[in-house]
Design a protein around this ligand. Sequence first.
Ligand SMILES: NC(=O)c1ccc[n+]([C@@H]2O[C@H](COP(=O)([O-])OP(=O)(O)OC[C@H]3O[C@@H](n4cnc5c(N)ncnc54)[C@H](OP(=O)(O)O)[C@@H]3O)[C@@H](O)[C@H]2O)c1
Length: 192
Amino acid sequence: MVRGMAGIAVIGSGNIGATIGAAWRRAGHDVAFASRSPEPPDTVAIPDAIAGAEVVLLAVPGAAVPQLLADHGAALDGRVVIDATNDIGGERLNHADVYAESAPGARFVRAFNTLGFELFENPSIGGDVADLFWCGPEDAGVEQLISDVGLRPVRVGDIDAVEVVDGACRLWLTLVFRQGRPRRLAFRMLQD
Ligand SMILES: NC(=O)c1ccc[n+]([C@@H]2O[C@H](COP(=O)([O-])OP(=O)(O)OC[C@H]3O[C@@H](n4cnc5c(N)ncnc54)[C@H](OP(=O)(O)O)[C@@H]3O)[C@@H](O)[C@H]2O)c1
């Protein structure tokens, strides 16, 4: 369980990593950005970032996840690993099939993959805060990390609900890329 301010490693500092990492820094977390070509102090090597972290955000191309986990899976032992990646051209959006095999000691979370990064920069539209559907262990401190980005967390279940969460991503991709709706498009859950 992550209590209070967390040490967070962000692997991949493109649109998603840079945006979410910056929001976590603004919220007071200790964030290290990792790169394959580190340029300290802005970015550090992936093993160094993981070593100092309780939480690791995966924000690399989805197709790179199996190799990344094969290379660094053992170092993820005991960490909460938030997988925000989508393998858009792949058979499935996630590579959850390799979690247990490559990083058996990590606690995997599926989050931040269902909306465009523009929403993570500014998570409200017309005064309404966007919901973020996620799954993974309930006691891993993830709802706080989602709230710290300014979104309202909606937990769908344990990590075995990954395909349900990814369904929200497929809905977003369809509305935005097939129908041409704006990328600043989000979902709200209504309930009594
Ligand atoms: N863009 C969105 O709105 C959005 C929304 C939801 C989810 N996602 C998902 O989030 C992930 C990141 O998206 P993005 O838009 O931030 O991508 P991006 O801007 O292209 O950044 C990806 C980063 O990953 C690193 N990287 C590239 N190839 C790699 C490899 N083979 N192994 C390890 N690291 C590698 C690069 O950093 P270095 O070269 O410094 O290592 C790069 O900065 C993708 O899986 C995407 O599908 C994106």
